[in-house]
Design a protein around this ligand. Structure first.
Ligand code: MSP
Length: 650
């Protein structure tokens, strides 16, 4: 076999998610795609690939323009506020992207103009008039053959909403010229779209005939201007799809671009298949660029049997889940529950049951039970006196067979099937404990080496399972690897030797009481509904509060009298403040960025009537106001020195 040398480079893997619209706050649906891409990144990295993972936000177009007008802010302000929400959620979910692109980034706009010019020079763009129908929600032109609404407009075939009539000057892209080329490409690359059923859909769509596509708008100002014609802005999909190349420096065509393009995998849901499987390849062909290797199309997460979307009002905010579960539980559920091509109906009951059964009972218990026995019977120390027999050999064999099938499933992006295999093996190991009964062996002094052999086999199994689970539950895997003193997370049967010590294990996934969870979730849903109702009554937009709501928050200028670190809490400071009317204690999570010395004597704003909570044994009677960025770095607001202590903010 050829020996791998240092100079041999790893195979590259360029992976993308759709860039998400900033008119919507992120929900479970967006999280699903992004988690899937992150799992693929981690898996491919373990398999030796050099991965680049691109995600970001789609910030231009009529939908965002309209939404910003409704909110009385500029589209850029709207984008800036929503981008923070996306970045925060990706951080909480442990999304390890390499680049976050925003279509309002200058380098992106320049890149879009560059490809537009190239396509124009190729002769594929011509000026004309568009008269037809436009779906603002999908940012998509809708054909004459679509169904009519009562008011004479068309129904969007993709989302079912009413479209707008549009008559305007624009530039067209000669999509019709690419019909045969696309069909030929699909025939030559039958795996281009996964799963295959989606490939068939695309083929039939293209076979029905492609009409030229309007790729600019003259009535939408929030977009990238057409080079040489400032009256027109580039159609949001031409702009958005181009992110896949501008995100890796298409503008300069530098070494990153040369190395990474074409993309190895675009991941998305079926709603945007046509744009990615028909328009995008045609634009690329026209620009003389190679086409992406593969596009992975997953189904929708439904709530109450409908696709989650803000306009239907059935979106599920992952933050509700964070009150009870960590990010690994959310990642695991989404990857385990829905087969890649099919839709999944999200139910909280299903979520809690799945996590309790798989992660708390099966995996969590295997780890804590094993660690507990190693502590109790061996004092956490393996001394080399282990004997292994046929049962142990069989277990190793079972693992290896499982690994082959799990890898095959992961390679085909069938994560639910891969996880199913892994959890079958976890069940096998749990049964091994029951059969070998280490607690009985521990009672007999002459069974010491047999006992050590059983416990060693458990460590080997746990470490092996832990590595293959890493792409899906990375935070937990890192913890487990640390406890068992074997931090190499590469996939394979693990053998840590027979003389080592292990650390103390904490509970990985505490069981969540279904009733308790549903009670909290129902309350949050009710609060949300009440707020919306109130908002509707007041003719208000979601997210806007009235003056009465604002008045409920008592904010006063206070002076910091004393500040000190809280023991064993790196991030927390204990502050004694004077509010003008009383002196009180606050606990603030700012210790990484502010020292006690620089705070003493400073004037700050505090929320005074927040319900007191005990943090690390200290009662916090209020909250200090600070702005925070996407990385959660706090910035304490500066108050003019002459502001009196006790002054009320209103
Ligand atoms: N901005 C375009 C994409 C441009 S890519 C060049 C867009 N944005 S979007 O915010 O609407 O995101 C759509 C994508 O978000 C879906 O394709 C899917 O990846 C994800 N999802 C949004 N809602 C979802 C569900 N309810 N279920 C599964 N995925 C969902 O379209």
């Amino acid at each position: 076999m050829e020996k791998r040398t240092e100079t041999q480079t790893r195979q590259k893997f360029f992976l993308t998610t759709p860039i998400y619209y900033v008119n919507d706050i992120p929900h479970i649906g967006h999280a699903y795609t992004t988690i899937m891409a992150d799992v693929i990144k981690r898996y491919k990295t373990l398999r030796g690939y050099d991965v680049f993972f691109l995600t970001g936000t789609d910030e231009h177009g009529q939908k965002i323009e309209k939404n910003a007008i409704k909110k009385n802010i500029t589209p850029k302000q709207l984008a800036d506020s929503v981008v923070i929400r996306f970045k925060e959620l990706w951080k909480k979910l442990n999304i390890d992207y390499d680049k976050f692109i925003r279509t309002t980034d200058d380098f992106h706009a320049e890149g879009v103009k560059k490809i537009f010019n190239i396509v124009r020079e190729k002769g594929d763009i011509y000026a004309g008039d568009y008269k037809g129908h436009y779906c603002v929600s999908c940012e998509s032109f809708v054909s004459e053959t679509s169904e009519d609404t009562k008011s004479g407009n068309k129904v969007c075939p993709d989302c079912g909403k009413e479209t707008e009539k549009v008559t305007e000057k624009c530039y067209f892209f000669k999509l019709s010229a690419y019909q045969d080329k696309l069909l030929k490409y699909y025939d030559e690359h039958p795996d281009f779209i996964q799963p295959p059923s989606r490939m068939n859909e695309v083929r039939s769509f293209v076979k029905m005939g492609l009409r030229d596509l309007s790729i600019t708008r003259s009535t939408v100002t929030w977009g990238i201007p057409v080079p040489g014609d400032e009256e027109q802005t580039i159609y949001v999909w031409f702009d958005a799809l181009t992110n896949y190349i501008t995100g890796i420096n298409y503008l300069e065509e530098d070494s990153l671009f040369k190395k990474m393009w074409p993309a190895d995998l675009h991941v998305m849901a079926k709603d945007i298949l046509k744009f990615h499987a028909v328009y995008w390849p045609a634009f690329l062909m026209s620009a003389g660029l190679p086409l992406p290797e593969k596009e992975l199309i997953h189904g929708w997460w439904l709530k109450d049997e409908k696709k989650m979307s803000k306009s239907i009002g059935n979106v599920l905010d992952p933050n509700v889940l964070f009150e009870f579960f960590n990010s690994d539980a959310i990642r695991y559920f989404l990857m385990r529950e829905a087969p890649i091509g099919a839709d999944g109906n999200f139910s909280h009951q299903g979520f809690v049951t799945r996590i309790n059964n798989d992660l708390s009972n099966d995996w969590g218990n295997l780890v804590s039970r094993s660690a507990g026995m190693i502590e109790k019977y061996l004092g956490n120390r393996f001394t080399g006196g282990s004997s292994l027999g046929a049962r142990e050999e069989e277990l190793e064999k079972q693992y290896k067979e499982m690994e082959i099938s799990a890898i095959r499933m992961f390679d085909e992006y069938k994560f639910n099937r891969g996880l199913e295999k892994i959890f079958e093996f976890i069940g096998y190991v749990n049964r091994y404990i029951v059969e070998t009964q280490p607690w009985s062996l521990a009672k007999e002094t002459d069974k010491k080496s047999e006992l050590e052999g059983v416990l060693l086999t458990l460590v080997k199994s746990i470490l092996s399972i832990n590595s293959i689970l890493y792409p899906v539950i990375p935070e937990t895997s890192e913890k487990v690897a640390k406890v068992f003193g074997h931090e190499d997370l590469s996939i394979g049967w693990k053998d840590p030797g027979n003389k080592f010590t292990i650390g103390k294990s904490e509970q990985l996934f505490p069981r969540v009481d279904l009733k308790e969870f549903l009670k909290t979730e129902e309350k949050q849903e009710k609060d949300k509904k009440d707020n919306t109702k109130k908002g509707e009554n007041d003719q208000m937009e979601e997210g806007i509060i009235n003056f009465e709501d604002f008045k409920k928050v008592e904010m006063v200028v206070s002076k910091i009298l004393n500040a000190e670190k809280i023991e064993n809490a790196d991030k927390l400071l204990k502050l004694e403040v004077d509010t003008g009317l009383d002196k009180r204690t606050l606990v603030a999570g700012i210790a990484l960025y502010y020292t006690p010395e620089e705070l003493i004597g400073r004037k700050i704003i505090i929320v005074k009537n927040l319900k007191p909570v005990k943090l690390r044994g200290v009662l916090s009677q209020g909250m200090i106001l600070a702005a925070s960025d996407a990385e959660d770095r706090p910035y304490i607001l500066v108050i003019p020195e002459e502001t009196p202590v006790g002054a009320i903010l209103k």
